[in-house]
Design a protein. Sequence first.
Length: 270
Amino acid sequence: MPIIHVNNIELYYEDSAPNDKQKPVMVFAHGLLWNTHLFDKQVEYFKASYRCITFDFRGQGQSEITKSGYDMETLTEDTLALLEALDIHKCHLLGLSMGGFVAQRVALKRPELLLSLTLLETSADPEDLKNVPQYRKLVKAIRWLGLKRVSNKVMPIMFGNTFLTDKLRKSDRKQWLTMLQGNRKGGVIKATTGVIERSGTYDQLGSITVPTLIVVGDEDTATPYSKAERMHFAIAGSKLAVIKGAGHTATVEEPEQVNRVINTFLADCV
């Protein structure tokens, strides 16, 4: 099992071409409550031309649950330490939701490491105050009842109505519900708290100069279009793409659209 020790923790990661030093590198950072599988369709699509690296943030997936370190700044240090350990000097960095919070911080702190930045279903702002009570209640419910008991309340946050009601995708929904329920309670509570309590990066976005793509699903209620547009206007030269029929997890809901948009963007970065 590919485990690497970085920043005093054990991180799980997957590398599609660990011995290939010629391919450009794509690094994928997943969203809250998920893991490397969030980008399975992207890795499958891009691995012929790119070295694709995915990893699980601390407390999630197969990575170590630590007592602390779930703030976005520490997760950024984890990511940078992973890149260093894998001897990655340049990469295309893609982050979804929580992964996007981290990806922005990498771009701000170590821009020389990035060939491009792709921000999916994410925001540069702190958590909306109107959402905080709801999410804190969710954390409390997870602590006392476990994630399985509240997972049906989480699914509409993570996925759009089109995906949730499509009769032909019943097996897909079951797969992702099962994965959601398989999270370890201790890690989920800490990771969710880190997201709720995060600071914003909006005031710093003007200093991002790497080619940037911002992607949002037209059914995303967790980080809606207005959040994506706000980042787009703040990052000079950035591109904004809307994925039709997708909610907060477009890489799963509409992978073909997402892959096509990313592929076009990366082609322009060469």
